[in-house]
Design a protein around this ligand. Sequence first.
Ligand SMILES: [Zn+2]
Length: 112
Amino acid sequence: MRPVRSGYVAAMPRAAVAATGEWTDPDGFRMPSGVVHAWRQGTNQTLCSLPLSRTGLHRFPHVEWVDVQPATGRDADRVQEVCPRCASAMGRRRDERPWTRRNPRGATTRGR
Ligand SMILES: [Zn+2]
């Protein structure tokens, strides 16, 4: 039994999944396995800039990124690794160093 799509962690932005492998679950859904990357539909590369065509990654437009997170996702059974770069691109906001403003507007040398 699979719950219908609901109860997602709302904090995470949505993305689909690209993975190095695939398998078919007992319900007949194609599911990602191996290393998973985040992928936005309509683009031809992962969030960490791997070109899908050249790397031979499988696309899973019907699987959401949140579902393949081993800690929380329901479709993570065969996921061996989550790409850390995609993970941070998808919003591990906490561990990121704070964004620093280097050149605030108006601070440029003006006038001579
Ligand atoms: Zn990635």
